[in-house]
Design a protein around this ligand. Structure first.
Ligand SMILES: Cc1cc2nc3c(=O)[nH]c(=O)nc-3n(C[C@H](O)[C@H](O)[C@H](O)COP(=O)(O)OP(=O)(O)OC[C@H]3O[C@@H](n4cnc5c(N)ncnc54)[C@H](O)[C@@H]3O)c2cc1C
Length: 361
């Protein structure tokens, strides 16, 4: 019997596993193969891979510095913002770090101490409540087996099985389909670009340079002709000089958008969520790394005195995260209401001028 089972070794799960005291018996289950990520079927996480200042700050607070091998060129200094309907364009200074997402996850995973029992390439298929503990049904190489734990922490991202099993559906936790395509480019673009178009989407689209590739993506409402809308977005972007010919690679993922602070502890004792599984991701920018780190850090602190009373402590200590989600929601109209956005872009508040003879993408 384990004390704690963590489902998912993304930024949230790996961070929590790294921070837990060695006297706990900890099981970490991850469906991707993060030990040999180049193996066929290892599975990359579909992501923009930009580390925002908030996430940089938490890494610093945890005394972590990024190793060179997780960085990917170019490093970007401005965000090109385009309102495709109004044909308005502005540039804003931003301080992101451009990452290789798979290498970033593998690096965080490599920091987990040997005291944690890690099951990579293992899928958690089912979690059952028993008398005073939980049974996990796991699948590794077509074989099924079970493990038991007193406390289950869901760090399993947007499509969390822990959330689906133990939490009621929350209509304010919106689920979007994110689509990304990778295009070959001769010269890397100097911008991270974001696109708004309220006819096609109520969230946003983006392009991010990654070495010899340009990654183009969008977060779209599922079941609303996602493929057709993404096609229309690309057609509009071609007019701005984006070289979107044959995509080298296409990927997709769910992404959550919390329209209010969501619950991270279940009614049942011994179940909690961290990271995006808890609905902790910015509803305005979809930035999720800082929330993954902060919630993992909070969970680890709340587990220091023991498992007894953890759920209550965690609920209290995550109040700041919930306030943060609330505040981000207040900001939404200034980014997503077409009229307010137009006014802000027209006024050029906080915008920077770029040389007009620069490459467009
Ligand atoms: C297209 C896209 C672009 C994004 N771009 C950015 C960005 O540039 N910057 C940023 O800060 N955020 C970005 N985000 C958000 C960010 O990826 C997430 O918020 C962040 O990864 C959350 O970390 P996490 O550890 O909570 O969840 P995840 O990173 O989703 O990790 C969950 C882990 O659980 C594993 N898992 C899931 N289910 C199971 C199961 N049943 N059994 C075993 N393992 C399981 C998964 O394989 C995964 O490794 C983006 C999201 C998307 C979809």
């Amino acid at each position: 019997m384990y004390d704690i089972a963590i489902i998912g070794a993304g930024p949230a799960g790996s961070t929590l596993a790294r921070l837990l005291a060695p006297n706990y018996r900890v099981l970490l289950v991850e469906k991707r193969n993060l030990i040999e990520p180049n193996q066929a079927g290892a599975g990359n996480k579909c992501c923009g891979g930009l580390l925002a200042p908030d996430a940089q700050k938490v890494l610093g607070m945890m005394s972590l510095a990024l190793p060179q091998e997780v960085l990917v060129g170019p490093q970007i200094f401005v965000v090109r913002t385009i309102d495709l309907q109004k044909k308005q364009e502005r540039y804003y200074q931003r301080f992101y770090i451009n990452l290789d997402r798979t290498k970033f996850d593998c690096w965080l995973f490599s920091l987990i101490p040997p005291s944690v029992n890690v099951r990579s390439a293992t899928l958690c298929k089912e979690i059952r409540k028993e008398e005073g503990y939980y049974t996990l049904r796991l699948k590794f190489r077509q074989k099924y087996y079970c493990e038991q734990a007193r406390l289950v922490i869901g760090a399993d991202g947007a499509a969390s099985i822990v959330r689906k099993t133990f939490f009621p559906e929350d209509p304010k936790l919106l689920v979007y389909s994110a689509v990304q395509e990778w295009f070959a480019v001769k010269k890397p673009s100097p911008y991270f670009s974001v696109f708004f178009d309220s006819e096609l989407m109520d969230f946003y689209g983006w392009s991010i340079p990654k070495e010899e590739s340009l990654l183009v993506g969008a977060a779209l409402k599922p079941r609303y002709n996602t493929a057709e809308r993404f096609k229309q977005l690309k057609a509009k972007l071609s007019a701005y000089g984006y070289p979107l010919y044959a995509a080298k690679k296409r990927e997709g993922a769910f992404i959550l958008r919390p329209r209010r602070a969501t619950r991270a502890v279940a009614d049942l004792p011994g179940v909690a969520l961290i990271g995006e599984a808890a609905g902790w991701i910015s509803p305005s920018s979809a930035e999720g790394f800082s929330y993954a780190f902060r919630s993992a850090l909070t969970a680890a602190k709340c587990l220091e005195p023991g498992i007894e009373g953890f759920v209550k402590r965690y609920q209290q200590e995550t109040a700041a995260l919930r306030r943060n989600i609330f505040a981000k929601n207040l900001k939404l109209p200034f980014m997503y209401h077409p009229l307010l956005r137009r006014i802000i872009m027209e006024l050029g508040i906080a915008a920077v001028e770029v040389c007009s003879d620069m490459p467009v993408t």
